[in-house]
Design a protein around this ligand. Structure first.
Ligand code: NAD
Ligand code: UDP
Length: 341
């Protein structure tokens, strides 16, 4: 049974991935500093899988504590690296914090991987690296564009650092996963997204509005060049996304990767507008959602969706969970968190 180190494994995508890894027989060691997650997520994972993953509370930038952890849990076969700060707006305010956590954190991780003879890494990248692509859907050959935020820049820099590390130290290999818009929660409602404060993202804002915590949703813009005027994204179910990590891990560990640094887009292949998503939420849950149209949000792009055919061909993976089911899972999670019957 391979042993996988999951950085940021108590976070939103990390916790769902830990569940899938355990359900596929992997032993999991989580490191997380709880800067954007809560310790009770461990209970949620255990409630689903019946197995409590190993957990070490530490900051990946703290190389001494990290080395102690790697010595304690020796024999790690591979790493999935989720730990990072992810709020685009905050990254503009606190750029140095973002470069430190995301870029320096990765450098520390790769340095310790070398020292401890760990050769495989899966990295959480983002479709933000593509900006507003000229051609839709976006495949992996689309050029990256100049980042519009420090957060986006850290993703590009981290991709480059991993690529360069592979060139320098030949025994490394990596899979870079570029996520589109992850949404939803585990069907058990034992784990889900736990945003701190007012959510920036669309789906948590919707579920919090439906739960009565927010007065109404603001739809940012109805004057885009799209069929209904609202912006279009590729919303991917977090459980489908988590399963892609298992496929990527199987590929790395079996040596069936085609190069030392592979890139996969992870999306559904379909674009959904903000207004379509709002209407699907109301139809799927039967809950009325108050909303108003306001101006565009600064920095937003008009439309993106993935061409995920490479992931389908090479990983044997697709994201097929219907949007209504995904939005219901998000609502069930919100109800559980807020104690709504
Ligand atoms: P999240 O904030 O829920 O999870 C990140 C976890 O990492 C948190 O539990 C946090 O406490 C931990 N962490 C952060 N810095 C750390 C550090 N220095 N040391 C130890 N732990 C640390 O975020 P998420 O949505 O699960 O995202 C996971 C990864 O996927 C991130 O790298 C993010 O940039 C990337 N990503 C997310 C999205 C998205 O929309 N959620 C989209 C594309 C890419
Ligand atoms: N959005 C919105 N109202 C909100 C939050 C988001 O209309 O309160 C829109 C946003 O402008 C974008 C889409 O929803 O078009 C997805 O935004 P999110 O922040 O979830 O993800 P992004 O694609 O920006 O990473």
């Amino acid at each position: 049974m391979a042993k996988i180190l999951v950085t940021g494994g108590l976070g939103y995508i990390g916790s769902h991935t830990v569940v899938e890894l355990q359900q596929n027989g992997y032993e999991v060691v989580i490191v997380d500093n709880l800067s954007n997650s809560e310790i009770k997520v461990l209970d949620g994972i255990e409630a689903i899988t019946g197995i409590r993953p190993h957990f070490e509370q530490l900051d990946i930038c703290d190389d001494k504590a990290f080395q102690v952890c790697l010595t304690k849990h020796n024999g790690i076969d591979a790493v999935i690296h989720f730990a990072a700060s992810k709020a685009v707006g905050e990254s503009v305010e606190k750029s140095l914090d973002y470069y430190r956590n995301n870029v320096y954190g990765l450098i520390q991780l790769l340095t310790l991987m070398r020292k401890n003879d760990i050769k495989h890494i899966i990295f959480s990248s983002s479709c933000t690296v593509y900006g507003q692509a000229e051609q839709l859907p976006i495949d992996e050959t689309a050029p990256r564009q100049t980042a519009t935020s420090p957060y986006g820049n850290t993703k590009q820099m981290c991709e480059d650092i991993i690529r360069d590390a592979i060139i320098s130290y030949h025994d490394f290999n990596a899979i870079l996963l570029r996520y589109f818009n992850p949404i939803g929660a585990h069907p058990s409602a034992m784990i889900g997204e736990l945003p701190k404060g007012v959510p920036n993202n669309l789906v948590p804002y919707i579920t919090q509005t439906a739960a009565g915590l927010r007065k109404e949703l603001s739809v940012f813009g109805d004057d885009y060049n799209t069929p209904d005027g609202s912006a279009i994204r590729d919303y991917i179910y977090v459980v489908d996304l988590a399963k892609a990590h298992v496929k990527a891990m199987q590929r790395l560990l079996s040596g069936s990767n085609k190069s030392d640094c592979e890139i996969f887009n992870l999306g559904t292949g379909s674009g959904v507008s903000v207004l379509e998503l709002v209407n699907t939420f109301m139809e799927a849950t039967g809950v009325n959602l108050p909303y108003k149209i306001v101006g565009r949000r600064a920095g937003d792009i008009e439309q993106v969706w993935a061409d995920s055919s490479y992931a389908e061909k090479e990983l044997g993976w697709t994201a097929k969970t219907p949007l209504a089911e995904v939005l219901n899972s998000a609502w069930n999670w919100e109800k559980k968190v807020r104690n709504i019957q």
